[in-house]
Each structure stands twice: as C-alpha cells, then as structure tokens.
Design a protein around this ligand. Structure first.
Ligand code: UDP
Ligand code: MG
Length: 313
C-alpha cells in the first residue's frame, strides 16, 4: 500500500483549523482502515506566515494526533509557494500527495476517488468543480473569464480546476525541475505530461473565516498566469503597431492626393483624436512589454521561493 500525504496551506485560518483537522483525521482514519493508503500516511499543515493563532492550532493538532505534521514558513509567501514548500518538504516520504485548501470548500470525499485513480496508475489527478453555486456571482464570472482568456492564449489549463489535486512522487520530482520563481501551478502541472485523470466534485461554502484572495490578489494572480505562460500579448502589440502604421501610410497617400488636387483638410478633431489614441496605445504597449521585462528581471535573480522556519514532523 502506498503512503498518502495531504498538504494544506493555511494563512490566517484559525477559524477553520480545528474543524479541518478533525475532518481530515477522520478521513485519513477511514482510508487507512479500508486499506486504501498505508498507515504511514499523514496530514501536513503549512503555515504561510499567519498573523493569527494558526501556528498554535497546528502545534496543538500535532500534539493531539500522531498523523499530523506542521511546517511553518518564515513569512507570508503566498498560496502557490506554500503549496510548493509542502510538496518539496514531504516528497521523499510520500508516494502521493494531495493538496487541499484549509477552508474545505473542496469536498474531501473526493479524496477516495483521487486515490482510486492513483491506484489505477494515474500520476496526476485533477479535482474539478462541477458547480460553483456557492461562489459569488462576481467570482464565478471573473473565474470564467480567466479560464477563457488562458485558453485563447493557448495555455493548456484545466477548466474549473484549482489547486485541489493529487500528484505522485515522480510527478512532484518533475515539478521541482521547473525553476521559475513565479510558479503558476495550474499551468505547469499539465506540462508534466504523465498520465492524468479528472475527478469532479461540488464546491462548498467556506464554513468559517473569509477568503484570503481579495480582488487585488486575484488580479495579480491572473496577470501572473498570463504573463508566465504566453507571449501572445506582446505579439498582439506588434500586430497592432503594424496595422496602425499601415493605416497611417494609406492616410499619407490619401492626404497627399488631396493636397495635389488643391483641396485643404479642414478640422483639427481628427488630429487630436489620433494623437490621443496612438499615444494611449503606445503607453499601453510599453506597459505590457515592461511587464515582461520585469518578469525577466525577477526570474534572472532566481531567488529562493520560501524558507521553512520549523518542521513539526
Ligand atoms: N493561502 C495561503 N497563503 C496566502 C493566501 C491564501 O496559504 O497568502 C491559503 C488559504 O489559507 C487557503 C488557500 O490558500 O487554504 C486558498 O485561499 P482561500 O480559500 O482564501 O481562496 P478562495 O477559496 O477564496 O479562492
Ligand atoms: Mg477558499
């Protein structure tokens, strides 16, 4: 039987942790009882530099339950890095790892299916939300827009899959070979290419606490996803520039002909509008290119993504 580790990133999750711990221990108990996973299986909470009593709760859960471990990061490094810290810390002990949010919005009963698929020979199992009726209208709309945009830009991203997934040890090892500083897991994991499967589940309401992804973080995350995986926006700028240049050549010819015919051009509206339009486009273009150059700058530094402060094994 193979060993399962459940990695749970937590940022200011004191309101949900005790319940999450209880439910996961129960779940793992059932899985080991049914001999689906080995007795060495564990639950690992990663404290992503929380400011509340999250770490105290993790330490307490660790004392109460033999199957719970805790990893504490030096400071808040963000959801993706917290996941990565968990994966890289446990990868030598686990045969498979499931990553799961602390708020249990993602149905933990899907874990049985995940493990089943793994036992059938899949290296990666994606959890996909079959309905998001509990998310706000705004969140659903923006998420849909984001997945559409990514697909249009040619990024292989799984629709309505967040970071609830199972990965085998060798797929985690493959993941560790991606050296990008800005790691967008949803885009990278499909690039690994080992056999994968999809498991659908219902998304629940957060049972306590509030979302740690305010609009600002969501937008930053989406921008990260787009610029990490696609250079199409830059090509679009080049195409727009070419188009505008062609139009200006045509205009030049047109006005030259008018001039030769002795007809003067009246009005300044057209001139002012073109100045503003082209000026705006130029600034936007420089901004987009700057975004990519900034990315190159950050990537060349190759800074470490996280530091583990403490590991309660
Ligand atoms: N999270 C984290 N670091 C952060 C922000 C969030 O580890 O800087 C964790 C958070 O504790 C939760 C998961 O990432 O377990 C997803 O966050 P949340 O549920 O707030 O996002 P939402 O479900 O609203 O998209
Ligand atoms: Mg959530």
């Amino acid at each position: 039987m193979d060993t399962l580790y459940i990695v749970v990133p937590c940022y200011n999750e004191e309101a949900v942790l005790p319940e999450t711990g209880r439910r996961l221990v129960e779940k793992l108990g059932r899985l080991t009882h049914d001999q689906m996973v080995s007795e060495k299986s564990r639950i690992v909470f990663v404290d992503d530099g929380s400011r509340d009593s999250t770490w105290k709760w993790i330490a307490q859960l660790h004392n109460e339950h033999a199957c719970i471990s805790g990893i504490r990061l030096s400071c808040n490094k963000g959801h993706q890095n917290a996941l990565l810290a968990g994966l890289s810390t446990v990868k030598d002990e686990a045969d498979m790892v499931i990553t799961l949010d602390a708020d249990l919005q993602d149905d933990i009963d899907a874990i049985d299916e995940f493990v089943k698929k793994y036992n059938e020979g899949c290296d990666i199992v994606y959890g996909v939300r079959s309905s998001r009726t509990t998310d706000t209208f705004f969140k659903r709309r923006t998420a849909l827009l984001f997945y559409r945009l990514m697909q249009t830009l040619g990024v292989d991203i799984i629709y309505n899959h967040a970071d609830y997934r199972l990965m085998s040890r060798r797929s985690i090892e493959a993941l560790m070979q991606f050296k990008e500083v800005n790691l967008f897991l949803r885009g990278i994991v499909p690039l690994i290419g080992y056999r994968s499967a999809v498991v659908e589940y219902e998304r629940h309401e957060r049972f306590a606490g509030e979302s740690k992804y305010p609009l600002r973080k969501m937008l930053a995350f989406a921008l990260e996803g787009v610029t990490s995986f696609s250079v199409k926006p830059i090509r679009l700028i080049a195409a727009a520039g070419f188009l505008i240049f062609s139009v200006s050549i045509l205009m030049l010819i047109y006005f030259l002909v008018l001039f030769l015919l002795g007809k003067t051009v009246a009005g300044w509206t057209s001139i002012v509008i073109s100045i503003w339009a082209i000026g705006g486009l130029q600034i936007l273009s420089v901004g987009i290119i700057g975004e990519y150059i900034g990315k190159i700058y950050l990537e060349t530094k190759g800074r470490p993504k996280f530091f583990v402060e403490q590991y309660l094994k």
